[in-house]
Design a protein around this ligand. Structure first.
Ligand SMILES: NC(=O)c1ccc[n+]([C@@H]2O[C@H](COP(=O)([O-])OP(=O)(O)OC[C@H]3O[C@@H](n4cnc5c(N)ncnc54)[C@H](OP(=O)(O)O)[C@@H]3O)[C@@H](O)[C@H]2O)c1
Length: 354
């Protein structure tokens, strides 16, 4: 559903006026924390660092620098974002124990011999000697070049094969043993795959990073991971309005134009993006919104320490779910003419593999 003209006007007005506010850093101690299975405390909001192929590495690094200034301490990085080296230059010298840094293993590095060197490369780029969190970015080893079209397929693509994934996971566990990584986790991983992993892992995943925004709430997976002591990290928390064209389909809806979100935003005097962030943290996930605009990333951080949503507002947003997955993952498909739904085990069984 698209916003009415008045709603679009509100969004533009809220974006403009948030830019006029005097920056007031948020005390990192006031930011809510999530307790992980090790007892470690992870800030319940992080700054994303994927520039969606349109924001340069330099601009993302500047956002990280500005993010530190306004009070972010949690940064969601990945080798495939192609900017860890620039981000490392910004983070270098900042007290390490005050930071929460996540990075991710890309799909062409799942082989046993590639996992440790790939993590070491991220550590070297980020200028640090350990990561707080290291994720397997996707449970598929299917390589595609960054920025490629949705029709791109790896010639060696294959479905999820649990025994192969466990070889990767054993190396992830070794990273913990080596002291290079404090926690390991999954991303884009479904309940059937997590069931197998929890059965076989020596070190269980501390988090599952998954797409989560009002129009895509993934209630079953959200409840599942929380019941197993796995914290849900929510990517695209605002509905990724500036995602790459390859991740857009005509059926997609726009969270920040949802009339309920716009109405709540108006009541709080903020942009609907800020309502998405408030909702996420109050619901119990850890959103990692991205912006390279200081007023936006600052409003997103302030959102979690001021003016909470009411119970009625939380319930109203719960009712906006449209099961609208935006990041469908076409490029990970292993056969031609296959539906993207096959990647997500929607019938409760692992499609094509296991
Ligand atoms: N694990 C995975 O597979 C995976 C996949 C995707 C993303 N991620 C992570 O999740 C992060 C966030 O995802 P995302 O960037 O795609 O989506 P997002 O955070 O939902 O949306 C980001 C966009 O929302 C707008 N925005 C942000 N704050 C705003 C505010 N206060 N007011 C108005 N507009 C605001 C900005 O657009 P404008 O520039 O137009 O203002 C920004 O570019 C990524 O950076 C990455 O770290 C992980």
């Amino acid at each position: 559903m698209s916003a009415a003209p008045n709603d679009q006007w509100w969004n533009a007005f809220a974006r403009l006026t948030s830019g006029l506010q005097v920056p007031m850093p948020v005390d990192p101690a006031l930011v809510p924390k999530r307790k992980l299975h090790t007892g470690a405390l992870m800030p319940a909001i992080g700054l994303g660092t994927f520039g969606s192929d349109r924001v340069s590495a330099e601009s993302v690094a500047q956002a990280v620098s500005g993010g530190l200034d306004v009070g972010y301490r949690h940064f969601d990085c990945a080798s495939v974002y192609g900017n860890e080296d620039r981000i490392g230059q910004v983070l270098e010298g900042f007290p390490r124990e005050q930071l929460w840094i996540t990075s991710k293993l890309w799909n062409d590095k799942h082989s046993k011999e590639d996992v440790v060197p790939s993590c070491e490369q991220s550590l070297s780029d980020l200028r640090m000697d350990y990561l707080d969190m290291y994720l397997v970015h996707w449970p598929y080893p299917n390589f595609h070049p960054p920025g490629c079209d949705v029709s791109s397929r790896s010639p060696n693509a294959r479905p999820y094969v649990h025994s192969e994934f466990m070889e990767t996971w054993r190396e992830m566990e070794r990273l913990v043993d080596l002291g290079l990584v404090r926690h390991i986790g999954t991303s884009n991983t479904t309940i059937p795959k997590l069931e197998l992993l929890l059965r076989d892992a020596r070190i269980p995943p501390a988090v599952n990073e998954m797409e989560l925004h009002p129009h895509f709430q993934q209630l079953e997976l959200f409840n599942y991971v929380r019941s197993r002591g796995i914290e849900p990290i929510g990517f695209c928390p605002i509905g990724s309005p500036t995602r790459p064209d390859r991740d857009r389909t005509p059926e997609d809806t726009v969270d920040i134009e949802d009339p309920i979100l716009v109405s709540i935003a108006r009541d709080h005097g903020v942009h609907p993006a800020v309502v998405c962030v408030k909702w996420a943290v109050q619901r119990g996930q850890t959103p990692i919104p991205f912006s390279d605009r200081r007023n936006e990333y600052e409003s997103n951080l302030e959102a979690v320490v001021t003016d909470p949503l009411t119970e009625d507002e939380m319930q109203a947003i719960a009712g906006t779910d449209k099961n609208d997955r935006l990041i469908k993952g076409h490029v990970f498909l292993w056969k031609q003419d296959q539906a993207w739904e096959d990647l997500w085990d929607i019938n409760g069984v692992i499609e094509g593999g296991g």
